[in-house]
Design a protein around this ligand. Structure first.
Ligand code: SF4
Length: 297
C-alpha cells in the first residue's frame, strides 16, 4: 500500500473494558482444550461451533478437536455440549451414539433453563423472550416443554398476538429471556403482557456479562463519533450490541481488521473512535483492529 493510501490517524481510540470473551465462553474454550490435553488418545468433539469465531474453530481443529454439524449414528470419545446448552433429548442422543457427553452449558444459560422449567411446573404460561431459531432458546424451550405445552417464544408483540386469547384465559404468565437479548425487547413484551395477563411473573435472565457490556458500550457510544463493534455476524450478543449502538452514534460492525478497508472514509473522518467486541471475539482479533487503525493502514 502506498504511504498516501494510509488512513488519517484519529485523535483518540478508546477500547471498552468489557470487550471480548465473557466468562462462559472463556470457560468453554479453556475446558475443551484441557479435555483434549488430558485425553490425547480419545476423540474430543463439540456439537456445533463452540463459539462463533472461525479462528478459534480452526485452532481447535488443529489441536484435534472436531466440530460436529450433527450427531453421527455412531461415535466414540467425548462430545461437548457448548455454552448455548442442549435439550435433554439431544444429550440422550449423544449418549446413544456412543459418546460421553461433557456439558459446558454456561451457568447463566442453565439458570434460564431451570427458571423456565420451574415456571412450567408451577402452571405458568411460559413466554421466552428470544429468537426462536437460536440454539440457546431452542434448548430452553425444549426443557420447559417437558413439563407443559404452554410455552411460546417471541421477540415482538406481533409474534405473541396469536396466543393472546390463550394467555388472557390462563391463570398466570411467566417470562424468561434469552441471556443476550436487548432489555428494550424484554420491556416492550412485558408491557404488553401486563395488559393481557391475570398474574405476571418476570425473570430478567439477561446475563450480567451481556448487561454490563451493553451498558458500558452505550456510554462509549455517547462519547465517540464512531463505534466499531468487532465480532461474528452470526453471534447474537454481538449483533444486538451493534443494533443498540446504532441508535446512539455512527456504528460499524466488522468481523476482523480486513473489513476495516470497507469503512476507510468513515474512519478517516472520525475524531474519536470507541471499540467494543462481542462475547465470542478473541483478544488477538480486537488487537489487530486497533493496530490497523493506529498505524493508519
Ligand atoms: S454471554 Fe452470558 S450467558 Fe452467554 S456464555 Fe457469556 S456469560 Fe454465559
Amino acid at each position: 500500500m502506498k504511504k498516501e493510501d494510509n488512513l488519517k490517524l484519529p485523535k483518540q481510540i478508546t477500547l471498552a473494558k468489557f470487550a471480548g470473551f465473557c466468562y462462559g465462553v472463556k470457560r468453554a474454550v479453556e475446558t475443551v482444550k484441557k479435555l483434549k490435553a488430558e485425553n490425547p488418545d480419545k476423540n474430543v468433539s463439540v456439537l456445533g461451533e463452540l463459539i462463533h469465531n472461525t479462528d478459534v474453530i480452526e485452532e481447535l481443529e488443529a489441536l484435534g478437536i472436531k466440530t460436529l454439524k450433527e450427531i453421527p449414528a455412531h461415535g466414540d470419545g467425548i462430545c461437548v455440549v457448548r455454552s448455548h446448552g442442549e435439550s435433554p433429548e439431544v444429550i440422550e442422543q449423544i449418549k446413544n451414539a456412543g459418546f460421553t457427553p461433557v456439558d459446558l452449558t454456561c451457568p447463566d444459560v442453565k439458570k434460564v433453563q431451570q427458571k423456565a422449567v420451574e415456571l412450567a411446573k408451577d402452571g405458568y404460561y411460559v413466554v421466552i423472550v428470544g429468537k426462536s431459531e437460536h440454539p440457546e432458546v431452542i434448548a430452553i424451550k425444549a426443557n420447559a416443554k417437558l413439563w407443559s405445552d404452554k410455552v411460546v417464544v417471541a421477540t415482538s408483540i406481533d409474534q405473541l398476538k396469536p396466543f393472546e386469547t390463550e394467555i388472557k384465559s390462563h391463570k398466570k404468565t411467566g417470562v424468561v429471556v434469552q441471556t443476550t437479548q436487548r432489555i428494550t425487547t424484554l420491556n416492550a413484551i412485558v408491557e404488553y403482557l401486563t395488559s393481557i395477563s391475570k398474574e405476571l411473573h418476570i425473570a430478567n435472565t439477561i446475563c450480567q456479562s451481556t448487561a454490563m457490556r451493553q451498558s458500558e458500550a452505550k456510554e462509549l457510544a455517547k462519547e465517540n463519533d464512531l463505534v466499531i463493534v468487532v465480532g461474528s455476524k452470526k453471534s447474537a450478543n454481538t449483533t444486538h450490541l451493534a443494533e443498540i449502538l446504532k441508535d446512539i452514534t455512527r456504528t460499524i460492525h466488522i468481523e476482523n481488521d480486513t473489513e476495516l478497508d470497507n469503512y476507510r472514509e468513515l474512519i478517516e473522518k472520525a475524531e474519536k473512535i470507541g471499540i467494543t467486541a462481542g462475547a465470542s471475539t478473541p483478544q488477538n482479533i480486537i488487537e489487530k483492529v486497533i493496530k490497523k487503525i493506529e498505524k493508519g493502514e
